[in-house]
Design a binder for this molecule. Structure first.
Ligand code: ZN
Ligand code: ZN
Length: 59
């Protein structure tokens, strides 16, 4: 999986999520794109992103 914002790559969603939270959500208030390549959702907060990802994973 690849970060949509900077090209960071990881095999695990967990690591990509940590990267996202640490590098891109830090101090940010605007929405960021979902981690999934096929998904066009934007998410405003880390908490919403986490629940969005776990919902998307189950489908
Ligand atoms: Zn990134
Ligand atoms: Zn999504």
């Amino acid at each position: 999986m690849q970060c949509k914002l900077c090209g960071f790559e990881s095999l695990s969603l967990d690591i990509l999520l940590k990267h996202y939270l640490f590098c891109h959500y830090q101090g940010r208030t605007s929405p960021l794109p979902c981690l999934y390549p096929q998904c066009v959702c934007t998410v405003r907060t880390p908490g919403v992103l986490k629940s969005h990802l776990s919902r998307a994973q189950r489908q």
